[in-house]
Design a binder for this molecule. Structure first.
Ligand code: ARG
Length: 464
Protein backbone atom coordinates (compact mmCIF):
# COMPACT_ATOMS: atom_id res chain seq x y z
CA UNK A 1 0.00 0.00 0.00
CA UNK A 2 1.37 3.43 -0.82
CA UNK A 3 1.77 6.05 1.87
CA UNK A 4 -1.56 7.11 3.36
CA UNK A 5 -0.47 10.69 3.75
CA UNK A 6 0.81 11.46 0.31
CA UNK A 7 0.17 8.31 -1.67
CA UNK A 8 -2.56 9.60 -3.98
CA UNK A 9 -0.46 9.78 -7.09
CA UNK A 10 1.72 6.77 -6.36
CA UNK A 11 1.21 3.40 -8.00
CA UNK A 12 3.54 1.43 -5.75
CA UNK A 13 4.84 1.51 -2.21
CA UNK A 14 8.28 2.81 -1.37
CA UNK A 15 11.11 0.36 -1.79
CA UNK A 16 12.54 -0.90 1.51
CA UNK A 17 15.67 1.13 0.92
CA UNK A 18 13.58 4.23 0.16
CA UNK A 19 11.76 3.77 3.43
CA UNK A 20 14.99 3.30 5.32
CA UNK A 21 16.75 6.36 3.96
CA UNK A 22 13.63 8.49 4.20
CA UNK A 23 12.41 7.72 7.70
CA UNK A 24 13.21 10.08 10.52
CA UNK A 25 10.77 8.93 13.17
CA UNK A 26 13.55 6.96 14.87
CA UNK A 27 15.02 10.25 15.99
CA UNK A 28 12.41 12.97 15.47
CA UNK A 29 10.02 11.24 17.85
CA UNK A 30 11.65 13.49 20.41
CA UNK A 31 9.56 16.26 18.90
CA UNK A 32 6.30 14.60 19.98
CA UNK A 33 5.52 17.10 22.77
CA UNK A 34 6.35 20.08 20.57
CA UNK A 35 4.49 18.63 17.60
CA UNK A 36 1.36 18.11 19.65
CA UNK A 37 1.61 21.56 21.17
CA UNK A 38 1.95 23.11 17.72
CA UNK A 39 -0.94 21.08 16.30
CA UNK A 40 -3.25 22.04 19.13
CA UNK A 41 -2.49 25.71 18.61
CA UNK A 42 -3.00 25.33 14.88
CA UNK A 43 -6.34 23.51 15.28
CA UNK A 44 -7.70 26.13 17.68
CA UNK A 45 -6.64 28.91 15.33
CA UNK A 46 -8.29 27.18 12.35
CA UNK A 47 -11.53 26.98 14.32
CA UNK A 48 -11.38 30.57 15.51
CA UNK A 49 -10.88 31.72 11.93
CA UNK A 50 -13.82 29.61 10.79
CA UNK A 51 -11.58 27.45 8.60
CA UNK A 52 -12.66 24.26 10.37
CA UNK A 53 -15.64 23.64 12.63
CA UNK A 54 -15.20 24.20 16.35
CA UNK A 55 -16.48 20.71 17.06
CA UNK A 56 -13.77 19.28 14.80
CA UNK A 57 -11.11 21.35 16.53
CA UNK A 58 -12.32 20.11 19.91
CA UNK A 59 -12.05 16.53 18.75
CA UNK A 60 -8.62 17.16 17.27
CA UNK A 61 -7.33 18.75 20.49
CA UNK A 62 -8.77 15.98 22.67
CA UNK A 63 -7.38 13.35 20.30
CA UNK A 64 -3.93 14.93 20.38
CA UNK A 65 -3.99 14.99 24.16
CA UNK A 66 -4.86 11.31 24.22
CA UNK A 67 -1.94 10.60 21.89
CA UNK A 68 0.36 12.57 24.16
CA UNK A 69 -0.74 10.29 26.99
CA UNK A 70 -0.01 7.19 24.89
CA UNK A 71 3.44 8.47 24.03
CA UNK A 72 4.21 9.32 27.65
CA UNK A 73 2.98 5.90 28.75
CA UNK A 74 5.17 4.23 26.12
CA UNK A 75 2.22 2.50 24.47
CA UNK A 76 2.34 4.50 21.23
CA UNK A 77 3.52 2.45 18.30
CA UNK A 78 5.86 4.38 16.04
CA UNK A 79 5.81 3.26 12.46
CA UNK A 80 8.74 3.74 10.12
CA UNK A 81 6.45 3.43 7.13
CA UNK A 82 4.85 6.68 8.28
CA UNK A 83 8.22 8.40 7.94
CA UNK A 84 8.30 10.95 10.68
CA UNK A 85 6.77 12.04 13.96
CA UNK A 86 4.35 14.41 12.21
CA UNK A 87 2.72 11.70 10.14
CA UNK A 88 2.83 9.16 12.94
CA UNK A 89 0.80 11.46 15.14
CA UNK A 90 -1.61 12.45 12.39
CA UNK A 91 -2.20 8.83 11.39
CA UNK A 92 -2.92 7.87 14.97
CA UNK A 93 -5.28 10.82 15.28
CA UNK A 94 -7.13 9.51 12.23
CA UNK A 95 -7.44 6.09 13.87
CA UNK A 96 -8.78 7.67 17.04
CA UNK A 97 -11.14 10.40 15.84
CA UNK A 98 -11.69 9.64 12.17
CA UNK A 99 -12.52 12.26 9.58
CA UNK A 100 -11.82 15.49 11.54
CA UNK A 101 -8.17 14.38 11.82
CA UNK A 102 -7.80 15.00 8.10
CA UNK A 103 -8.71 18.67 8.60
CA UNK A 104 -5.78 19.42 10.91
CA UNK A 105 -3.30 19.77 8.07
CA UNK A 106 -5.26 22.59 6.42
CA UNK A 107 -3.08 25.68 5.79
CA UNK A 108 0.00 23.89 7.05
CA UNK A 109 2.82 21.74 5.70
CA UNK A 110 5.32 19.51 7.38
CA UNK A 111 7.86 22.12 6.33
CA UNK A 112 6.55 24.82 8.66
CA UNK A 113 5.54 22.15 11.15
CA UNK A 114 9.04 20.73 11.56
CA UNK A 115 10.61 24.18 11.74
CA UNK A 116 8.13 25.10 14.47
CA UNK A 117 8.77 21.89 16.39
CA UNK A 118 12.52 22.34 16.19
CA UNK A 119 12.36 25.93 17.39
CA UNK A 120 10.20 24.95 20.34
CA UNK A 121 12.60 22.11 21.10
CA UNK A 122 15.60 24.42 20.86
CA UNK A 123 14.01 26.93 23.16
CA UNK A 124 13.48 24.28 25.84
CA UNK A 125 16.97 22.93 25.34
CA UNK A 126 18.57 26.36 25.61
CA UNK A 127 16.62 27.02 28.81
CA UNK A 128 17.76 23.73 30.26
CA UNK A 129 21.39 24.32 29.31
CA UNK A 130 21.21 27.78 30.83
CA UNK A 131 20.00 26.37 34.15
CA UNK A 132 22.83 23.86 34.06
CA UNK A 133 25.44 26.50 33.22
CA UNK A 134 24.23 28.64 36.05
CA UNK A 135 24.73 25.73 38.45
CA UNK A 136 28.26 25.34 37.11
CA UNK A 137 28.89 29.01 37.79
CA UNK A 138 27.61 28.62 41.34
CA UNK A 139 29.99 25.73 41.96
CA UNK A 140 32.91 27.70 40.53
CA UNK A 141 32.07 30.82 42.54
CA UNK A 142 31.89 28.81 45.77
CA UNK A 143 35.32 27.33 45.08
CA UNK A 144 36.68 30.75 44.18
CA UNK A 145 35.46 32.26 47.40
CA UNK A 146 36.87 29.42 49.47
CA UNK A 147 40.22 29.68 47.72
CA UNK A 148 40.63 33.42 47.31
CA UNK A 149 44.00 33.16 49.07
CA UNK A 150 45.17 29.77 47.89
CA UNK A 151 48.29 30.41 45.86
CA UNK A 152 49.04 28.31 42.80
CA UNK A 153 51.40 28.73 39.90
CA UNK A 154 49.88 30.64 37.02
CA UNK A 155 51.09 29.27 33.72
CA UNK A 156 51.82 30.51 30.27
CA UNK A 157 52.98 27.86 27.78
CA UNK A 158 52.24 25.52 30.73
CA UNK A 159 55.49 26.90 32.17
CA UNK A 160 55.38 28.50 35.60
CA UNK A 161 54.76 32.18 34.94
CA UNK A 162 53.57 34.09 38.02
CA UNK A 163 51.78 33.09 41.20
CA UNK A 164 47.99 33.43 41.03
CA UNK A 165 45.24 32.31 43.35
CA UNK A 166 43.13 29.25 42.71
CA UNK A 167 40.08 31.41 43.29
CA UNK A 168 41.14 33.68 40.46
CA UNK A 169 41.55 30.67 38.21
CA UNK A 170 38.02 29.46 39.05
CA UNK A 171 36.59 32.89 38.35
CA UNK A 172 38.17 32.86 34.89
CA UNK A 173 35.78 30.02 34.07
CA UNK A 174 32.87 31.90 35.62
CA UNK A 175 33.54 34.68 33.11
CA UNK A 176 33.71 32.23 30.21
CA UNK A 177 30.51 30.55 31.32
CA UNK A 178 28.77 33.91 31.59
CA UNK A 179 29.65 34.66 27.98
CA UNK A 180 28.52 31.15 26.98
CA UNK A 181 25.17 31.81 28.62
CA UNK A 182 25.01 35.14 26.83
CA UNK A 183 25.52 33.45 23.48
CA UNK A 184 22.73 30.95 24.19
CA UNK A 185 20.43 33.74 25.34
CA UNK A 186 21.21 35.67 22.19
CA UNK A 187 20.46 32.67 19.98
CA UNK A 188 17.21 32.12 21.90
CA UNK A 189 16.12 35.69 21.30
CA UNK A 190 16.62 35.40 17.55
CA UNK A 191 15.04 31.96 17.21
CA UNK A 192 11.85 32.88 19.01
CA UNK A 193 9.72 33.58 15.93
CA UNK A 194 6.98 31.27 14.77
CA UNK A 195 7.29 29.62 11.33
CA UNK A 196 3.80 28.08 11.68
CA UNK A 197 1.53 29.13 8.87
CA UNK A 198 4.36 29.58 6.37
CA UNK A 199 3.01 26.31 4.98
CA UNK A 200 5.14 24.56 2.36
CA UNK A 201 7.03 27.68 1.26
CA UNK A 202 4.67 30.33 -0.06
CA UNK A 203 2.18 30.88 2.74
CA UNK A 204 -1.47 29.93 2.37
CA UNK A 205 -4.68 31.19 0.82
CA UNK A 206 -6.65 30.39 3.99
CA UNK A 207 -7.38 33.34 6.29
CA UNK A 208 -5.14 32.10 9.10
CA UNK A 209 -4.07 34.12 12.14
CA UNK A 210 -0.35 33.58 12.57
CA UNK A 211 -0.20 36.05 15.42
CA UNK A 212 -2.54 33.84 17.39
CA UNK A 213 -0.53 30.64 16.95
CA UNK A 214 2.72 32.50 17.61
CA UNK A 215 1.31 33.79 20.87
CA UNK A 216 -0.14 30.44 21.89
CA UNK A 217 3.27 28.86 21.43
CA UNK A 218 5.15 31.54 23.34
CA UNK A 219 6.85 33.02 20.29
CA UNK A 220 7.52 36.76 20.11
CA UNK A 221 5.65 36.87 16.80
CA UNK A 222 5.40 35.17 13.41
CA UNK A 223 8.31 35.03 10.98
CA UNK A 224 8.05 37.62 8.22
CA UNK A 225 9.02 35.55 5.19
CA UNK A 226 7.58 32.14 4.46
CA UNK A 227 10.51 31.02 2.27
CA UNK A 228 13.00 31.91 4.96
CA UNK A 229 10.90 30.40 7.72
CA UNK A 230 10.81 26.90 6.24
CA UNK A 231 14.28 26.79 4.77
CA UNK A 232 16.77 28.14 7.26
CA UNK A 233 18.29 26.30 10.15
CA UNK A 234 20.48 29.12 11.35
CA UNK A 235 18.72 28.89 14.70
CA UNK A 236 20.17 25.41 15.09
CA UNK A 237 23.56 26.50 13.79
CA UNK A 238 23.68 29.42 16.15
CA UNK A 239 22.76 27.28 19.13
CA UNK A 240 25.33 24.68 18.09
CA UNK A 241 27.95 27.41 17.73
CA UNK A 242 27.24 28.53 21.27
CA UNK A 243 27.34 24.87 22.30
CA UNK A 244 30.68 24.29 20.58
CA UNK A 245 32.29 27.28 22.27
CA UNK A 246 30.89 26.19 25.63
CA UNK A 247 32.20 22.68 25.08
CA UNK A 248 35.64 24.07 24.25
CA UNK A 249 35.64 25.97 27.53
CA UNK A 250 34.62 22.86 29.45
CA UNK A 251 37.25 20.89 27.62
CA UNK A 252 39.99 23.26 28.70
CA UNK A 253 38.95 22.98 32.33
CA UNK A 254 38.71 19.21 31.91
CA UNK A 255 42.25 19.16 30.55
CA UNK A 256 43.43 21.18 33.55
CA UNK A 257 41.78 18.70 35.92
CA UNK A 258 43.49 15.85 34.11
CA UNK A 259 46.83 17.61 34.55
CA UNK A 260 46.18 18.67 38.15
CA UNK A 261 45.37 15.17 39.40
CA UNK A 262 48.56 13.61 38.00
CA UNK A 263 51.11 12.67 40.68
CA UNK A 264 53.50 15.16 39.04
CA UNK A 265 51.18 18.06 39.86
CA UNK A 266 48.94 16.70 42.59
CA UNK A 267 47.10 20.02 42.90
CA UNK A 268 43.60 18.64 43.39
CA UNK A 269 41.86 15.42 44.40
CA UNK A 270 38.67 14.23 42.77
CA UNK A 271 36.30 12.14 44.86
CA UNK A 272 36.41 8.37 44.25
CA UNK A 273 32.84 8.54 43.01
CA UNK A 274 33.85 10.74 40.09
CA UNK A 275 36.85 8.70 39.01
CA UNK A 276 37.46 5.14 37.88
CA UNK A 277 40.05 2.45 38.51
CA UNK A 278 42.22 0.36 36.25
CA UNK A 279 41.51 -3.34 35.80
CA UNK A 280 45.22 -4.16 35.87
CA UNK A 281 46.95 -1.42 37.89
CA UNK A 282 45.47 -1.44 41.38
CA UNK A 283 46.89 1.93 42.35
CA UNK A 284 45.24 3.86 39.52
CA UNK A 285 42.53 6.43 40.00
CA UNK A 286 41.70 7.85 36.61
CA UNK A 287 39.92 11.13 35.85
CA UNK A 288 37.73 9.50 33.19
CA UNK A 289 34.88 11.96 33.60
CA UNK A 290 37.21 14.86 32.86
CA UNK A 291 38.73 12.99 29.94
CA UNK A 292 35.27 12.32 28.52
CA UNK A 293 34.23 15.95 28.90
CA UNK A 294 37.34 16.76 26.90
CA UNK A 295 36.56 14.09 24.30
CA UNK A 296 32.85 14.78 23.90
CA UNK A 297 33.74 18.26 22.76
CA UNK A 298 34.48 16.52 19.48
CA UNK A 299 30.85 15.53 19.14
CA UNK A 300 29.64 19.03 19.79
CA UNK A 301 32.00 20.60 17.28
CA UNK A 302 31.16 17.73 14.93
CA UNK A 303 27.45 18.45 15.17
CA UNK A 304 28.01 22.07 14.22
CA UNK A 305 30.24 21.06 11.32
CA UNK A 306 27.74 18.48 10.10
CA UNK A 307 24.91 20.96 9.89
CA UNK A 308 27.03 23.69 8.31
CA UNK A 309 27.96 21.24 5.58
CA UNK A 310 24.37 20.03 5.16
CA UNK A 311 23.13 23.58 4.70
CA UNK A 312 25.82 25.15 2.59
CA UNK A 313 24.60 24.18 -0.86
CA UNK A 314 20.83 24.22 -0.42
CA UNK A 315 18.73 26.44 -2.68
CA UNK A 316 15.57 27.91 -1.15
CA UNK A 317 13.27 26.64 0.15
CA UNK A 318 13.00 23.27 1.93
CA UNK A 319 15.07 20.29 0.80
CA UNK A 320 15.00 16.88 2.40
CA UNK A 321 18.66 17.37 3.26
CA UNK A 322 17.34 19.40 6.15
CA UNK A 323 16.01 16.30 7.83
CA UNK A 324 19.68 15.63 8.61
CA UNK A 325 19.67 18.63 10.95
CA UNK A 326 18.33 16.70 13.90
CA UNK A 327 20.53 13.78 14.85
CA UNK A 328 23.69 15.84 14.85
CA UNK A 329 22.06 18.56 16.91
CA UNK A 330 20.53 16.13 19.41
CA UNK A 331 23.80 14.30 19.81
CA UNK A 332 25.76 17.51 20.29
CA UNK A 333 23.34 19.08 22.75
CA UNK A 334 22.88 15.86 24.73
CA UNK A 335 26.64 15.53 24.97
CA UNK A 336 27.01 19.12 26.11
CA UNK A 337 24.34 18.73 28.76
CA UNK A 338 26.08 15.65 30.13
CA UNK A 339 29.44 17.43 30.09
CA UNK A 340 28.11 20.40 32.04
CA UNK A 341 26.59 18.08 34.64
CA UNK A 342 29.81 16.09 34.99
CA UNK A 343 31.94 19.21 35.20
CA UNK A 344 29.67 20.78 37.80
CA UNK A 345 29.93 17.67 39.95
CA UNK A 346 33.73 17.61 39.66
CA UNK A 347 34.13 21.31 40.45
CA UNK A 348 31.79 21.10 43.43
CA UNK A 349 33.55 18.10 44.89
CA UNK A 350 37.20 18.59 44.07
CA UNK A 351 39.56 19.13 46.98
CA UNK A 352 42.54 21.39 46.69
CA UNK A 353 45.99 20.27 47.86
CA UNK A 354 46.98 23.72 49.03
CA UNK A 355 50.53 22.73 50.10
CA UNK A 356 51.38 21.29 46.72
CA UNK A 357 49.98 24.28 44.90
CA UNK A 358 52.04 26.63 47.09
CA UNK A 359 55.23 24.62 46.68
CA UNK A 360 54.80 24.59 42.94
CA UNK A 361 53.99 28.30 42.91
CA UNK A 362 57.25 29.10 44.69
CA UNK A 363 59.30 27.14 42.16
CA UNK A 364 60.35 28.09 38.68
CA UNK A 365 61.36 31.68 39.56
CA UNK A 366 57.70 32.63 39.60
CA UNK A 367 58.39 35.96 41.31
CA UNK A 368 60.96 37.14 38.76
CA UNK A 369 58.49 39.72 37.44
CA UNK A 370 58.00 41.01 41.00
CA UNK A 371 61.77 41.45 41.24
CA UNK A 372 61.91 43.31 37.94
CA UNK A 373 59.00 45.52 39.04
CA UNK A 374 60.84 46.24 42.31
CA UNK A 375 63.97 47.34 40.40
CA UNK A 376 61.76 49.75 38.47
CA UNK A 377 59.97 51.04 41.56
CA UNK A 378 62.86 51.17 44.06
CA UNK A 379 65.82 51.95 41.82
CA UNK A 380 64.14 53.78 38.98
CA UNK A 381 65.47 51.37 36.32
CA UNK A 382 63.70 51.36 32.95
CA UNK A 383 61.64 48.12 32.78
CA UNK A 384 63.74 46.70 29.94
CA UNK A 385 66.95 47.10 32.01
CA UNK A 386 65.21 45.66 35.07
CA UNK A 387 64.14 42.70 32.94
CA UNK A 388 67.76 42.13 31.90
CA UNK A 389 69.12 42.41 35.45
CA UNK A 390 66.48 39.97 36.68
CA UNK A 391 67.27 37.55 33.89
CA UNK A 392 70.92 37.59 34.94
CA UNK A 393 69.89 36.93 38.56
CA UNK A 394 67.69 34.01 37.45
CA UNK A 395 70.64 32.51 35.55
CA UNK A 396 72.79 32.94 38.65
CA UNK A 397 70.22 31.23 40.87
CA UNK A 398 69.79 28.45 38.35
CA UNK A 399 73.56 27.87 38.33
CA UNK A 400 73.58 27.84 42.13
CA UNK A 401 70.60 25.49 42.18
CA UNK A 402 68.36 27.73 44.28
CA UNK A 403 65.36 30.00 43.91
CA UNK A 404 65.73 33.79 43.66
CA UNK A 405 65.45 34.23 47.44
CA UNK A 406 68.31 31.73 47.82
CA UNK A 407 70.77 34.26 46.41
CA UNK A 408 72.66 36.29 49.03
CA UNK A 409 72.51 40.06 48.89
CA UNK A 410 76.21 40.09 47.92
CA UNK A 411 75.49 37.77 45.01
CA UNK A 412 72.68 40.03 43.86
CA UNK A 413 74.80 43.13 44.19
CA UNK A 414 77.41 41.57 41.89
CA UNK A 415 74.76 42.01 39.20
CA UNK A 416 73.25 45.32 40.35
CA UNK A 417 75.11 47.06 43.20
CA UNK A 418 72.16 49.25 44.24
CA UNK A 419 69.96 46.28 45.27
CA UNK A 420 69.14 46.35 49.01
CA UNK A 421 67.74 43.60 51.24
CA UNK A 422 64.32 45.19 50.83
CA UNK A 423 64.18 43.07 47.67
CA UNK A 424 63.50 39.88 49.64
CA UNK A 425 60.09 41.27 50.55
CA UNK A 426 58.85 41.00 46.97
CA UNK A 427 60.21 37.52 46.35
CA UNK A 428 57.57 35.71 48.44
CA UNK A 429 54.55 34.32 46.61
CA UNK A 430 52.00 35.72 49.08
CA UNK A 431 53.29 39.23 48.61
CA UNK A 432 53.34 38.64 44.91
CA UNK A 433 49.63 37.80 44.64
CA UNK A 434 48.69 40.44 47.21
CA UNK A 435 50.37 43.08 45.07
CA UNK A 436 48.29 42.26 41.97
CA UNK A 437 45.54 44.69 42.92
CA UNK A 438 44.90 46.14 39.46
CA UNK A 439 41.28 45.73 38.34
CA UNK A 440 40.80 42.11 37.30
CA UNK A 441 44.06 41.07 38.96
CA UNK A 442 44.67 38.03 41.17
CA UNK A 443 45.00 39.75 44.59
CA UNK A 444 42.93 37.84 47.19
CA UNK A 445 40.86 40.96 47.97
CA UNK A 446 40.04 41.29 44.28
CA UNK A 447 39.08 37.65 44.07
CA UNK A 448 36.76 37.92 47.07
CA UNK A 449 35.19 41.05 45.61
CA UNK A 450 34.68 39.40 42.21
CA UNK A 451 33.20 36.28 43.78
CA UNK A 452 30.76 38.56 45.63
CA UNK A 453 30.03 40.42 42.40
CA UNK A 454 29.07 37.16 40.67
CA UNK A 455 27.07 35.89 43.62
CA UNK A 456 25.05 39.08 43.53
CA UNK A 457 24.70 38.97 39.76
CA UNK A 458 23.22 35.48 39.91
CA UNK A 459 20.79 36.46 42.66
CA UNK A 460 19.64 39.48 40.66
CA UNK A 461 19.20 37.29 37.61
CA UNK A 462 16.77 35.15 39.58
CA UNK A 463 14.77 38.19 40.61
CA UNK A 464 14.50 39.76 37.17
N1 ARG B 1 10.71 14.77 8.47
C1 ARG B 1 10.89 15.95 7.71
C2 ARG B 1 12.10 16.74 8.24
O1 ARG B 1 12.51 16.45 9.28
C3 ARG B 1 9.67 16.80 7.78
C4 ARG B 1 9.46 17.69 6.61
C5 ARG B 1 9.19 16.90 5.40
N2 ARG B 1 8.69 17.68 4.36
C6 ARG B 1 8.60 17.22 3.13
N3 ARG B 1 8.10 17.97 2.26
N4 ARG B 1 9.06 16.06 2.82
O2 ARG B 1 12.63 17.59 7.58
Amino acid sequence: MSNKMWGGRFGESPDAIMEEINASVGFDKRFAPQDIRGSKAHARMLAKQGIIASADADQIVAGLEAIEGEIEAGSFEFSRALEDIHMNIEARLKENIGEPAGRLHTARSRNDQVATDFKLYMRDTVDHLDTQLRALQEALIAKADAHAETVMPGFTHLQTAQPVTFGHHCLAYVEMTARDRGRFADARKRLNESPLGSAALAGTSFPIDRQMTAEALGFDGPTRNSLDAVSDRDFVLETLSAAAITAVHLSRLAEELVIWVTPGFNFVRLPDSLTTGSSIMPQKKNPDAAELVRAKTGRVIGGLTTLLVVMKGLPLAYSKDMQEDKEAAFDALDALSLCIAAMTAMVARLEVNEENMRDAAAKGFSTATDLADWLVRALGLPFRDAHHVTGTLVAKAEAKGCDLDGLTLAEMQEVEPRITDEVYGVLGIDNSVKSRTSFGGTAPDNVRAMAAYWQKALIQETKS
